[in-house]
Design a protein around this ligand. Structure first.
Ligand SMILES: Cc1cc2nc3c(=O)[nH]c(=O)nc-3n(C[C@H](O)[C@H](O)[C@H](O)COP(=O)(O)OP(=O)(O)OC[C@H]3O[C@@H](n4cnc5c(N)ncnc54)[C@H](O)[C@@H]3O)c2cc1C
Length: 385
């Protein structure tokens, strides 16, 4: 098994870590490079509930719906028990709308989508009393739609598990920034402050940092960063079975086991790669959350996290081989739903590398729409918003 070709995975967020896990499990020699600063995956809120989005793009919906359906397989492959895993749990999602009419419209959409996506699970409109029984912190006079298949995932725990499994499969992990150079047609070099190594295949899973990696090599890259901040609180109740709450508005409330509750997140388009915590933004989110769950004002503040999402100009992700660069693979632009789509994107990249049939047609997510080779080998200015 161990004489399979050597593959480097650059970036170990959800895409890179899942790719490394499946390739190492298939016997490839995998090296993982990750700088980890600003990583979106470990700062993410953790909502897996794509079916009720109002977004109309079919390719995007197909990707996130397939991604949500793939989670139980991923958990099985990681030997995680679906009923007790602290990484991923289908505790359901509660969705609020501005008016009873909009709620009933949402219910109709959900029932229609369930015909092709049974993973949505049971759909029930819950009264304020039924809502309180499911999540005692919530104080509301509104009804909400409950989708039992909605899930939460702890991005940080998930990538740790994927990386540990990859390492136990023989993968090497370098916690360092790497620089890519294209040495000749058969090999790519990755350099860190300590070493330079050559690989026959490289996967660029660097999220929002793709322009920094490819532009010095003469590519232009349609990716811009978006800053996201969120807050971790702690309450004294047991929160393991509480559903995710998606109130009408910017913020969501995501309960994790052992009293942990995440409130977030911001979507800041003009901050570039900034990772500073801004207290006013956190206060605003907490105020919004207290509107639905007044007792959250008594919760203990644990920490704030900041991550950088990657967006393309048409908000669609892309993945596959970079044209005219054989065995140089890429995935980016996962935006606000990358915890949902990341694992299936990674799985598809590994299927491409192994020459297997892909779970979705990759022509729906074309790389050449977002990455173009320039004639001049000059770095191109990064967009600043
Ligand atoms: C606040 C917030 C909340 C979110 N909530 C949700 C949610 O509820 N549901 C959902 O589905 N999605 C959510 N997302 C989106 C999701 O987190 C991302 O789309 C997804 O994690 C992107 O994964 P990735 O692997 O592409 O990139 P990342 O997770 O950003 O990983 C890229 C990695 O590459 C590393 N890297 C970059 N350059 C180099 C280099 N030169 N050398 C080595 N390493 C390098 C980075 O340090 C980083 O670790 C959220 C995102 C944020 C920020």
């Amino acid at each position: 098994m161990n004489n399979k070709e050597s593959i480097a995975v650059m970036g170990a967020g959800i895409v890179g870590a899942t790719t490394a896990f499946y390739l190492s499990a298939a016997g490839y020699n995998v090296s993982i490079y990750d700088e980890s600063t600003g990583q979106a995956t470990s700062a993410a809120a953790g909502i897996i509930c794509p079916w009720l989005s109002q977004r109309r793009n079919k390719q995007w919906y197909q990707l996130v719906a397939t991604g949500a359906a793939f989670y139980p397989t991923l958990m099985h492959d990681l030997n995680e028990d679906l009923t007790s895993s602290s990484i991923y749990r289908q505790a359901g999602t509660l969705i609020f709308k501005k008016s009873p009419e909009l709620l009933s419209k949402l219910e109709k959409l959900a029932l229609k989508r369930r015909e092709l996506a049974p993973e949505i699970g049971e759909l029930t409109v819950l009264s304020p009393t039924e809502i309180k029984a499911k999540l005692p912190l919530l104080e509301t006079s509104q009804s909400a739609l409950f989708a039992s298949g909605g899930a939460r995932v702890d991005g940080s725990l998930l990538t740790k598990k994927l990386l540990n499994m990859a390492i136990s499969n023989g993968a090497k992990y370098f916690n360092e920034k790497a620089e890519l150079t294209i040495t000749d047609k058969e090999f790519y070099s990755l350099s860190t402050s300590k070493q330079t190594k050559q690989y026959s295949t490289v996967i660029l899973a660097v999220g929002a940092w793709l322009p920094e990696v490819l532009e010095p090599l003469g590519f232009s890259v349609d990716i811009r960063p978006q800053k996201g901040q969120l807050v971790y609180l702690e309450v004294e109740q047991e929160t393991q079975d509480w559903p995710v709450v998606m109130p009408n508005g910017e913020i969501d409330i995501i309960p994790f086991p052992n009293g942990r509750i995440v409130v977030g997140a911001t979507h800041e388009n003009n901050e570039g790669y900034d990772l500073s915590v801004t207290e006013e933004k956190l206060d605003l989110m907490l105020k919004d959350a207290a509107h639905f769950a007044p007792d959250l004002t008594q919760a203990t503040f644990k920490e704030a996290r900041v991550g950088t999402r990657a967006f393309t100009s048409d908000f669609l992700p892309f993945f596959g081989e970079i044209p005219d660069s054989p065995n140089l693979y890429v995935a980016s632009g996962l935006g606000s739903s990358g915890l949902t789509s990341g694992p299936i994107i990674a799985r598809i990249l590994t299927q491409l590398i192994m020459g297997e049939k892909t779970d979705l047609p990759i022509s729906d997510y074309p790389v050449d729409r977002y990455i173009k080779k320039n004639n001049l080998l000059k770095p191109i200015k990064t967009r600043n918003n």
